[in-house]
Ligand binder design. Structure first.
Ligand SMILES: Cc1cc2nc3c(=O)[nH]c(=O)nc-3n(C[C@H](O)[C@H](O)[C@H](O)COP(=O)(O)O)c2cc1C
Length: 288
């Protein structure tokens, strides 16, 4: 959204927008109304001024109207229930997910926060079984490359973190990778679990923070999916394998300069979960 001014007739000069705006483009002019001045285009279009103005006095242009939720009561019990009962799903029914349901997820992901309100995420929805198979194969190829790293780990030791060296040296790692490859090659989809839908998020490669926005947006999607009776799972192996895989980026028409920063499976879960798995105790240092 683009802020274009303030409706002086509506503005009561309460100054809430001045306090709320992170870009500092509002100021109280005397007492009658607030002025809006943004000569350096500092406004990120976050829309907080519009959201917070009690008089609806901020003038903006946008492709849609703002949503309004006059009733702001959200029970912590419901939030806990949603978060506790959402599982990572590794067995999906052989049942199509209607496009309307996928559109609902994308629509909710659209409202995720992003750094500087840049909204950098774009998505690829893959229902095509052949494309899903190709993504799975690219992931298995990365397992095979990983096996080569295991073989030359002693040469790599001075250049890699100690924890990674230990993973490469663990006998269980080598056996586990071999077993995954064996199962996949015998026809079991241990990568995507026969999920009928994948959603991939791609973003520009802007360094360290690049993963944060897609992670938040996809998490919104996974939580929304749970509320719709759909299961999901973050696909870490696939994501690492295809992030910058030239052929896969081409296959999915991902524009140059962008990379895949998240891969999620979606589908109807086969199993019912009766209990919430136990988690470790929280470790948190408090400075009060
Ligand atoms: C970053 C990340 C990567 C993951 N990658 C995979 C994966 O490649 N394959 C898989 O089966 N599960 C994957 N998972 C799911 C985790 O194994 C799962 O979250 C964990 O076991 C806890 O289970 P829960 O999500 O049902 O509570 C991943 C989860 C996260 C957050």
């Amino acid at each position: 959204m683009k802020i274009t001014g303030i409706d002086e007739k509506k503005c009561s000069a309460c100054g809430v927008c001045v306090q709320e705006c992170a870009a500092g483009i509002y100021s109280v002019n005397g007492s009658k109304h607030v002025t809006h001045d943004d000569p350096y285009n500092w406004c990120t279009g976050c829309g907080h001024c519009v959201a917070v103005c009690p008089k609806d006095a901020i003038i903006y242009t946008a492709h849609e109207k703002t949503l309004e939720y006059p009733d702001k009561d959200i029970s912590i019990k419901d939030v806990e229930k949603l978060l506790h009962t959402k599982r990572s799903i590794r067995r999906y029914k052989n049942k199509d997910v209607p496009e309307k349901e996928i559109e609902k997820l994308l629509e909710i992901m659209r409202f995720a926060p992003s750094g500087h309100n840049a909204q950098p995420c774009e998505y690829v929805v893959v229902k095509d079984r052949e494309k899903i198979r190709m993504l799975g194969q690219a992931t298995i190829a990365s397992f095979k490359s990983f096996k080569k790293l295991i073989k030359i780990r002693k040469l790599l030791k001075p250049f890699i973190p100690k924890a990674f060296y230990e993973i490469l040296s663990d006998r269980g790692t080598a056996l586990g990778v071999d077993e995954l490859i064996r199962q996949y090659e015998s026809g079991k989809d241990i990568i995507f679990f026969d999920a009928p839908v994948l959603i991939l998020a791609h973003v520009p490669n802007l360094g360290g923070l690049s993963y944060v926005d897609p992670t938040i947006a996809l998490t919104y999607g996974m939580l929304a999916a749970h509320a719709l009776g759909l299961g999901s799972c973050w696909m870490g192996f696939a994501m690492m394998a295809v992030a910058k895989h030239k052929k896969i980026l081409q296959l999915l028409n991902i524009p140059k300069g962008r990379f895949i920063a998240g891969v999620i499976t979606f589908g109807y879960p086969v199993h019912t979960y009766y209990r919430v798995p136990v988690r470790n105790k929280i470790k948190a240092e408090w400075y009060v």
